[in-house]
Design a protein around this ligand. Structure first.
Ligand SMILES: *Cc1c(COP(=O)(O)O)cnc(C)c1O
Length: 410
């Protein structure tokens, strides 16, 4: 525990953690079970192309989420690209800027223009009122994001899509196992896309899937992710290679079996953070609705610099020096990244809430790689920093060992 500000690592003290504590360290399920499955894959000599493990994984997801069709893919970015194409997205598609850049890139990569829309500061997800203002004759759809696993304003978005004749796709990369009004994410809108990237709640090393209740759409997506092959030597559509391989499916299935353990670990971490950060001035934890199911994969802290006495970036630098590698998800917003910032240099004028929030957010380490003691130390550091905010801010200004704040890509 810190007693004076000189003992902080950023001011020359020893780091609180010897090893770096990362955000998004993978959850590993039952190792033996995974190795058994991989051994079976080698015995089968069926490594990819809709193998038995991929089929089992897809059926398991359909069952778990209560959705008619799941199509597993190599990652969520390709899944978003394929789903966008299958839905007939074209011209302009409305998306939040406050998301991982893949949401925007998946459209731009295909020559579809992402139109950035502001968020609701209370939910951090796309604001339906702002969506309505961004619709033009060229708009073909809405691609909304269930950020932090918290469902966006699904009802309002579905109503707009219906009334304005737009297709509605959800980037549900964060939301596996999360519910909206008691129904699990997966069957809303025209389709939803999950990511099983290593840093996500459920992982298949790399991977993703599209879920939908639309049979025709599912069939089209299946063709598109396999070069448009409808049978041996028979191609009936333009397609790409979006296939998930067998080892990924084996990891996905193994993760799925441990999902309840991951949730209870994450939930305990979330509750501990909430308890130990309660009452720290200017520090607010993003809360999950206790009436709904959640995966609690993201512990998000919002910092009000005026009350905390330190800026978000000062707190980030202070924690990084202690080897707590908190992240600024999703700074600075897609509209400030290339190529979008060059295309629309004035986009920020329409995105005041995105601009504000992306300067106040930090994502904290959690998951099965983090222990109760770690969180205790992290929270004590944050509390100490804020209690001595002005003093530390002053010392940082004069201190020559200030560590530079680096912008990382992901
Ligand atoms: C991780 C992520 C993606 C991309 O997923 P990959 O499986 O890595 O391609 C897309 N959107 C959001 C919101 C994400 O967090």
């Amino acid at each position: 525990m810190r007693t004076d500000i000189e003992s902080l690592a950023i001011l020359g003290g020893e780091p609180a953690f010897e090893e770096k504590l990362h955000v998004g360290r993978p959850n590993i399920g039952d190792r033996e079970r995974l190795l058994e499955r991989i051994s079976t894959i080698l015995d089968n000599r069926w490594l990819t192309n809709n193998g038995p493990f991929v089929q089992e994984f897809e059926r398991a997801i359909e069952l778990r989420l209560g959705v008619a069709h799941c199509i597993a893919m190599c990652n969520a970015t390709v899944a978003l690209e394929i789903a966008s194409r299958a839905l007939g997205f074209d011209g302009q598609v409305i998306i939040p800027s406050f998301t991982f850049v893949a949401t925007a890139h998946a459209l731009q990569w295909q020559g579809i223009t992402p139109v950035f829309c502001d968020i609701d500061p209370r939910t951090h997800t796309i604001d339906p009122r702002r969506v309505e203002e961004q619709i033009t004759p060229r708009t073909t759809g809405i691609l909304a994001v269930h950020l932090w696993g918290r469902p966006c304003a699904i009802g309002a978005l579905e109503e707009i899509a219906r009334r304005r004749n737009l297709r509605l796709l959800f980037d549900a990369s964060h939301a596996f196992g999360c519910s909206h009004r008691g129904r699990l994410i997966g069957g809303f809108g025209d389709a939803e896309v999950f990511s099983f990237h290593a840093t996500k709640f459920l992982n298949s090393f790399e991977g993703g899937c599209v879920t939908t209740n639309d049979k025709e759409l599912a069939a089209k997506i299946r063709l598109m992710k396999n070069f448009g092959f409808a049978g041996y030597d028979r191609v009936i559509y333009i397609g790409t290679n979006g296939k998930m391989n067998e080892v990924s499916a084996a990891m996905g299935l193994t993760s799925l079996e441990s999902m309840d353990d991951f949730v209870s670990t994450n939930r305990a971490h979330y509750q501990q953070y909430a308890r130990e950060l309660r009452g720290v001035p200017g520090v607010q934890l993003v809360r999950f609705d206790e009436q709904e199911q959640s995966n609690y994969q993201y512990i998000i802290m919002e910092i009000d610099e005026r009350l905390a006495g330190l800026s978000r970036d000062q707190i980030l630098a202070l924690l990084h020096a202690e080897n707590v590698l908190v992240r600024r998800y999703f700074f600075p917003g897609c509209h400030r990244m290339e190529p979008y910032r060059s295309y629309w240099p004035h986009a920020s004028l329409l995105l005041p809430q995105t601009e504000r929030l992306s300067r106040r957010i930090l994502s904290l380490p959690t998951g099965t790689a983090v222990g109760e003691k770690d969180i205790e130390v992290i929270c004590a550091l944050i509390r100490f920093a804020v209690e001595h905010g002005r003093e530390i801010a002053g010392a940082l200004q004069s201190h020559d060992n200030r560590i530079p704040v680096t912008v990382e890509v992901r």
